[in-house]
Design a protein around this ligand. Structure first.
Ligand code: HEC
Ligand code: HEC
Length: 97
């Protein structure tokens, strides 16, 4: 009781805030985990065009993607395409090599 008189409600408010922040952060992590484009994202096709990328490392293969998949190219990305920094993190290879 005495301590609360010295710091009226402050400590309590702060720990409530931390609880809310903590729950918020957990919720965000869960949402990101569940929303992260999982299996629904189209896989890197295993066809004549894309086959040659299978034996390459991801980083190496990704250098070639924009030559066709960029604005005004053969197969431009959809307008609402998410950030495209690392193609193969989202468009996984269809088959394990
Ligand atoms: C030589 C041009 C070319 C290059 C290089 C290329 N693509 Fe493609 N890509 C195409 C064309 C054309 C299509 C559409 C026809 C098809 O599915 O093969 C396509 C289709 C796709 C699709 C959609 C498949 C589907 O099911 O609709 C994905 C995903 C894709 N490419 C990813 C990639 C990635 C990742 C790379 C780099 C590793 C890459 N492409 C490199 C030409 C290319
Ligand atoms: C953050 C994840 C992510 C990254 C990185 C990414 N993509 Fe995508 N891409 C998607 C999603 C999600 C879609 C929506 C359609 C789907 O389900 O494939 C899409 C759609 C596409 C399509 C159209 C597929 C179709 O026919 O509907 C192509 C082609 C494609 N991406 C190529 C690429 C290329 C090339 C790169 C690298 C320059 C790349 N993507 C990077 C997530 C990603």
């Amino acid at each position: 009781m005495d301590q609360q008189k010295i710091h009226p409600e402050q400590g309590k408010k702060r720990s409530n805030l931390y609880t809310v922040l903590f729950i918020g952060v957990c919720a965000i992590i869960l949402i990101v985990l569940f929303k992260a484009p999982p299996e629904t994202t189209k896989k890197l096709p295993y066809d004549e065009i894309h086959q040659k990328f299978y034996p390459m490392g991801k980083k190496e293969a990704e250098k070639f993607c924009p030559s066709c998949h960029d604005q005004d190219k053969i197969a431009p990305l959809p307008k609402d395409h998410p950030p495209k920094y690392r193609c193969l993190f989202c468009h996984k290879k269809e088959k394990p090599q």
